[in-house]
Unconditional design. Sequence first.
Length: 118
Amino acid sequence: MAGADCRNRLAARRQALLQRSGELRERLALQGRALQPAFGWADHVREGWRWLQAHPWVGLVAAAVLVWRRPRAVWRGAWLVWRGWRLWQRWAPLRERLSPLWRGVGRGPRQPTGARSS
């Protein structure tokens, strides 16, 4: 009789888990609607990027026109990018020292390797 009792408990547990899973899916669908505009925007950006990859000459022509019509703006932008890159490189040692702190942000307490949570 112990086997039948165990099967009944497992079947009841499975049914409860399936019901809970359905409730969580419904809640996720309702809450996900708020993010739909952001995801739509991201899809448009991705589609534009794919189109640009399929038509690279458009980007090159746009860059050439920009250099031809607004060379000062191009130099200014290039100079800002260069300064940003140099600043990023200069702060690399500090980033390396602080990176272990950033990696742990937002996570629960760490468990030793091989430890299992119940």
